[in-house]
Design a binder for this molecule. Sequence first.
Ligand code: PMV
Length: 361
Amino acid sequence: MTEKDFISNPSFQILDSGKVTWESPSNIALVKYWGKKKNQIPENPSISFTLETCKTITSLSFIKKDSTEGFSFDVFLDKVKKDDFKPKIQTFFERVEMYLPFLKRYHFVIETKNTFPHSSGIASSASGMSALALCLMSIEKQLNSEITNDYFNKKASFLARLGSGSACRSIEGPLVVWGKTDSIEVSSDLFGMKYPYKIHNHFKNFQDTILLVDKGEKQVSSTIGHNLMHHHPYAKIRFQQAHENLEKLKNILETGHLEAFIALIESEALTLHAMMMTSMPYFILMKPNTLEIINKIWQFRQETSLPISFTLDAGANVHVLYPEKDATKILEFIKNELVAYCENGHYICDKIGFGAKQLTM
Ligand code: PMV
């Protein structure tokens, strides 16, 4: 598919008003996306677990307006008007306008809330942008009933990508691939798609306990971080490594080889942060407690041989990943040994999920 496949014809028939609601999850990458080209095209392929608990619920109300000049919308977070969210949504609307010809014909009210605490250091851009893209697709579907489910999901992911790259991996679950790579035949740079191959039982219901080490705003935005990969001395080899890791992961996901899984995802997490530390300007998003937790996990794993592992996002929080069958022992360890390193002792128990859900038409 190409960008052209997502351009829809302006509809003659237009609804007067309506409201749609979607809930859309966050996701955590196993092979990381870090570095992008123009139009939010990734420099390398990535794959993520879709989460179940951390999600955004967005309602989009639309009412026909008289003029077709400019975009018209208001945004509310937890019922509070958020004019500071408007520039990001304005940019998103500008990027997707050519694919959604009805955008300028409506005034929109966007009402959104997250299931995770507002300042938790958990980025809401993946769940937020995917929820908004899905709401827009629901309007498009009301204007064109011929849209298939497959096209709906692909275009929702395509649109979400233009809002925030990793958001394109938040439409479906439990595992989503984004970025063209030889080992996954149908993969695309334009949208995320459900991982199409066999997944071993070990990974079903995989657990993710998110340790909130630092609940503050990130000091360096991911946009700046991605851009620093442009002249990065290790960029080329890193992008190549992501292709190789996806190929390796395909085999691991099929065989359920947990030791190999742990080595691969921890290396990916540390490589992401190594790219940040070796860019110019360089920066560090991990905090001392991030390292304390990593060391405790390694020590516990060595002592117990339990398949506990970690991954990191672009921040200080630690995602602790483990199979459901070992959840009791590992959760006890987390509570006894790791929670002390979290800001105000806060953590979130999440697990692998199955994607976004429409709540109202
Ligand atoms: O979607 P963005 O532009 O915020 O980028 C996020 C990138 C990472 O979260 C660090 C990695 C990933 O693949 O999700």
